[in-house]
Design a protein around this ligand. Structure first.
Ligand code: 8ID
Ligand code: ZN
Ligand code: ZN
Length: 352
């Protein structure tokens, strides 16, 4: 029997950049021929959602906007052309809601680089609502054994850091510094790094985050606010003081983007993932040349990365802590995020 779909639903909506966000009832949309309608049960809150609300980036959002791009739920309707997923299947709405599938980038499985992407919770409405539309080709397939609250953060944070770790080229046994380790991406990055056989140096601030990083198995924790010399401290935490083989930058401030090239090991790779407003990367030319270092960006992941990142989770390898709040409480989650007060991730229950 086809599930009953209401005409109206609860959503978090903002009419203009900067807010306010309003928790209110809006109509449920119908999926187009190549789309599915997903009844979102849980949705993670990514710092990207806060950047979107604040207008931090040189890319405009749709307005009014329903944010959110870590939505996990159940397919309740699908368009006539959709045969890759069935009603009743579990599915995830991720940042890349859709892409053209025909450009050079899409053809080579680099679909995040598509010049005409649909971005969930940014250029199309996302998962801060009970019923969300997504292109069937891009929807994440979630095995039924994965709890929908736990898997939600994998849909952006997990995919992104897994891809970033692959892009870093770090090999089992090597060391990766995770900068912003106490946040959403950082906590998942520690788990993926561990599962990939890497040693982790966690960098963040505060005792709560320290405790979590230690519980997640970090080899060392450096508190950037207490450290007198972050560069030295990171190097000293590695064998022979040579520095980590890779650095994953998932912080939301500019400073660490200006330090990483100094402490990365010769031949090492710095991967920029965090997107602080108006920030620039900095590296000394001399050190970059004579240490032969690589500095690169990494942006979410493709459909295969998505499948792989979820498979790590299904196998029980990814256990990052999260707290649950109601969809109605999004503003208070943003307030905590703004202050850097969230250890791990917040996941919203869309029924509350
Ligand atoms: O595809 C991508 N590249 C992608 C995908 C998803 C998210 C990029 N992002 C971006 C987000 O837009 C955001 O800019 O990654 C960034 C991190 O997102 P998040 O993990 O959701 O944010 P968070 O939970 O607030 O964690 C940020 C952490 O950074 C720490 C904070 O204490 C917090 O724990 N931090 C800061 I601010 N300054 C730091 C510093 N100097 C720092 N940690 C270490 N050193
Ligand atoms: Zn995100
Ligand atoms: Zn394309």
């Amino acid at each position: 029997m086809a599930p009953e779909i209401p005409k109206e639903q609860w959503a978090q909506v903002f009419e203009k950049t900067g807010g306010p966000i309003e928790y209110k009832k809006i109509p449920v949309q119908k999926p187009g021929p190549d789309e599915v309608l997903i009844n979102i049960k849980y949705t993670g809150v990514c710092h990207t959602d806060l950047h979107a609300l604040k207008g931090d980036w040189p890319l405009e959002t749709k307005l009014p906007l329903v944010g959110g791009h870590e939505g996990a739920g159940v397919v309740v309707a699908k368009g006539d052309l959709v045969d890759s997923i069935e009603i009743g299947d579990h599915a995830g709405v991720k940042w890349l809601n859709g892409s053209c599938l025909a450009c050079d980038f899409c053809m080579q499985a680099d679909e995040p680089l598509c010049p005409n992407p649909l971005l969930s919770g940014y250029t199309v409405d996302g998962s801060f609502q009970q019923y969300c539309i997504a292109k069937a080709a891009h929807v994440a397939h979630i095995p039924k054994e994965c709890p929908l609250d736990g898997v939600a953060p994998v849909l952006c944070a997990g995919i992104t850091v897994y891809k970033g770790l692959k892009e870093s080229g770090a090999k089992p046994g090597e060391t990766v510094a995770i900068v912003g380790a106490g946040g959403g991406l950082g906590s998942l990055a520690q788990q993926y790094a561990k599962a990939m056989g890497l040693k982790v140096i966690a960098i963040d601030t505060g005792d709560d985050k320290k405790k979590m990083c230690e519980e997640l198995g970090a080899h060392a924790y450096i508190d950037f606010a207490k450290s007198k010399d972050v560069v030295k401290d990171v190097q000293n935490a590695t064998e022979g003081g040579l520095g980590p083989h890779a650095v994953l930058l998932v912080a939301v401030s500019e400073k660490p983007f200006q330090q990483a090239a100094e402490y990365v090991r010769p031949r090492g790779t710095v991967v920029a993932i965090g997107l602080p407003a108006g920030a620039f990367l900095k590296a000394p030319v001399f050190g970059t040349v004579v240490k032969m270092i690589t500095i690169k960006g990494s942006y979410v992941g493709n459909r295969k990365d998505t499948k792989e990142a979820i498979e790590f989770y299904r196998r029980g390898l990814i256990k990052a802590p999260y707290k649950i709040a109601g969809l109605s409480e999004l503003q208070s989650v943003f307030d905590k995020m703004e202050k850097g007060d969230i250890t791990g991730r917040y996941v919203l229950d869309t029924s509350k």
